[in-house]
Write a protein that binds this ligand. Structure first.
Ligand SMILES: *[C@@H]1O[C@H](CO)[C@@H](O)[C@H](O)[C@H]1NC(C)=O
Ligand SMILES: *[C@@H]1O[C@H](CO)[C@@H](O)[C@H](O)[C@H]1NC(C)=O
Ligand SMILES: *[C@@H]1O[C@H](CO)[C@@H](O)[C@H](O)[C@H]1NC(C)=O
Ligand SMILES: *[C@@H]1O[C@H](CO)[C@@H](O)[C@H](O)[C@H]1NC(C)=O
Ligand SMILES: *[C@@H]1O[C@H](CO)[C@@H](O)[C@H](O)[C@H]1NC(C)=O
Ligand SMILES: *[C@@H]1O[C@H](CO)[C@@H](O)[C@H](O)[C@H]1NC(C)=O
Length: 455
């Protein structure tokens, strides 16, 4: 076993001479895909299938999903409080939040999907054996004077990649990443510099130069892996900024997306509303951020009737717990927990005057017309997630009511949670919308702050 320092990517961060004091935080601009793909004003096609995508596990749902049309039915007046956040038909994609980075020297701008569920930073890279279309210019390592391929013999190649390959011709280290949904990237493991606002440079960042890419990263230049493994961006930056970062994923339904989302590396002042829960580590999935949940409250009442043991990680078996993930849209709960939450929601929704539909929309089996039968207003049941350590996350309705178009040009809303068909329970980005989320590996905790985007 080589010494630890050989295993860890070493990244040197430099700042321009004009900066008298190096900033202790690195701010990376984040945009929602609507900033680059403006939503159509009406009847936008929503593929519920893409909402249900789950990157690390093949979503066998996809095959059986029809495509539904979403929302955009402004004539359907629901509860006024819900109207602006929910009633606009916008596409759902799991890779919704892009970070803007620049790579190389001279640098090329790239929009990359922010993914807490994986480690490696990779970019589509010339020459392409296969590249899908992307919005920004392709990264060409031949044009970057700071690009270096990592040799197969390097400890970085042997020890940080689980299944490294070697290019016999060049002696360069090769990586292959296959995501659960069939997306993949293959190419050379390399280092180059990354460039951020305020002339901040990170030198010799280990990244994948992907010559053969396919899958569901539509239009992104690649992926920014912000998992907790050795190759991840926050781990590589930790010597300069500490092993802590935070983000806020802005309201997906808002058309004024810019400025609300953020991604910051380093410790920032805590928002007063932040609640913390212990960060757990699963030895079998070392890249993922696990937390323990205790349960749920719906309509102000604690949900009973399921075993909450499976919401807590058992490190011995690697089972249970809940993964905080930016790359999965809809949260996934153990089957019995999902059923208990749904039943509680249905019962409180009925009391609140919401009219339940008989039909299901794909995996969503609690769908409602918000306009009650003759009733002027309906009351939507509240949902609170209870995490270990007393951290409660009270979800705004837009974080659990998913608009769908019922085929009759009316908008309905489905409870936006689903049962996990495997043992991977996930807190998805729909439920995280608008919360400041702090991934504090240094202090082994994760924080949630309501209304965290505005701060
Ligand atoms: C750049 O630096 C200025 C002055 O320190 C700071 O106010 C600003 O927030 C920084 N911008 C980014 C994107 O970090
Ligand atoms: C959001 O920001 C992007 C990139 O800076 C810009 O191209 C776009 O016009 C902005 N959109 C809005 C609605 O401000
Ligand atoms: C590579 O560099 C050359 C010379 O500077 C330039 O003309 C060309 O556009 C660059 N290619 C890319 C993809 O940036
Ligand atoms: C990056 O690494 C190369 C060799 O691997 C080294 O020569 C160079 O000085 C490093 N750059 C910086 C800025 O540290
Ligand atoms: C289950 O929930 C109860 C209270 O609701 C809590 O006291 C207990 O610690 C939870 N069990 C686990 C394993 O989290
Ligand atoms: C909706 O799904 C549930 C299972 O979640 C099932 O019991 C029910 O029969 C389905 N309803 C329809 C109309 O298919």
């Amino acid at each position: 076993m080589a010494s630890l320092s050989l295993l860890l990517p070493i990244v040197l961060v430099s700042f321009t001479a004009t900066a008298t004091q190096p900033p202790k935080t690195l701010h990376i601009p984040v945009i929602h895909r609507h900033a680059v793909f403006p939503p159509q004003p009406r009847a936008t096609q929503t593929q519920l299938g893409s909402l249900l995508r789950h990157r690390r596990r093949a979503a066998r749902y996809n095959a059986q999903l029809g495509s539904f049309h979403s929302a955009a039915a402004a004539e359907d007046d629901g509860d006024d409080r819900l109207r602006s956040p929910v009633l606009s038909g916008l596409p759902f994609e799991s890779g919704e939040y892009f970070a803007i980075i620049s790579v190389g020297h001279p640098s090329t701008r790239a929009l990359v999907v922010i993914d807490t569920g994986s480690d490696l930073i990779w970019l589509q890279c010339k020459p392409c054996r296969h590249c899908y279309p992307q919005l920004t210019g392709l990264y060409d390592p031949a044009n970057s004077s700071t690009y270096r391929q990592i040799p197969c013999a390097s400890p970085r190649c042997r020890d940080v990649l689980r299944y490294p390959g070697c290019d016999a011709r060049t002696g360069g280290c090769q990586y292959t990443l296959v995501y659960g949904d069939g997306s993949a990237s293959r190419g050379d493991l390399a280092t180059d510099r990354l460039v951020f606002p305020n002339d901040t440079h990170a030198h010799n960042v280990t990244l994948g130069c992907g010559h053969d890419n396919e899958g569901l990263f539509e239009s992104a230049a690649g992926l920014l892996g912000v998992g907790r493994g050795k190759l991840s961006f926050p781990t590589q930056l930790a010597p300069a900024y500490g092993h802590v970062f935070s983000y806020c994923l802005g309201d997906r339904m808002s058309r004024a997306q810019n400025g609300s989302s953020y991604l910051v590396f380093g410790r920032t002042p805590e928002l007063p509303s932040t609640v913390f829960t212990p960060l757990r580590r699963n030895p079998r999935r070392p890249s993922l951020y696990y937390v323990d949940m205790l349960g749920f409250s719906v309509g102000g009442e604690r949900v009973a009737g399921f075993s909450n043991a499976s919401l807590a990680l058992d490190p011995a078996t690697g089972r249970g717990g809940v993964v905080v993930d930016s790359g999965t849209a809809i949260s996934r709960l153990p089957r019995d927990a999902y059923a208990a939450v749904r039943d509680a929601f249905n019962s409180h929704a009925a009391e609140g005057g919401m009219r339940k539909l008989a039909k299901n929309f794909s995996v969503f089996d609690a769908c409602y017309a918000l306009r009650g039968n003759g009733a002027a207003t309906v009351r939507v049941p509240s949902i609170v997630l209870h995490f270990a350590g007393g951290a409660d996350m009270a979800l705004p309705p837009a974080n659990y009511l998913i608009p769908v178009e019922g085929g009759d040009r009316r908008t309905y809303f489905c409870l936006g949670l689903q049962a996990a068909d495997d043992d991977l329970n996930v807190l998805g980005n729909v439920q995280q919308q608008g919360f400041g989320v702090v991934f504090d590996v240094e202090r082994a905790r994760i924080g949630f702050a309501a209304n965290g985007c505005s701060g």
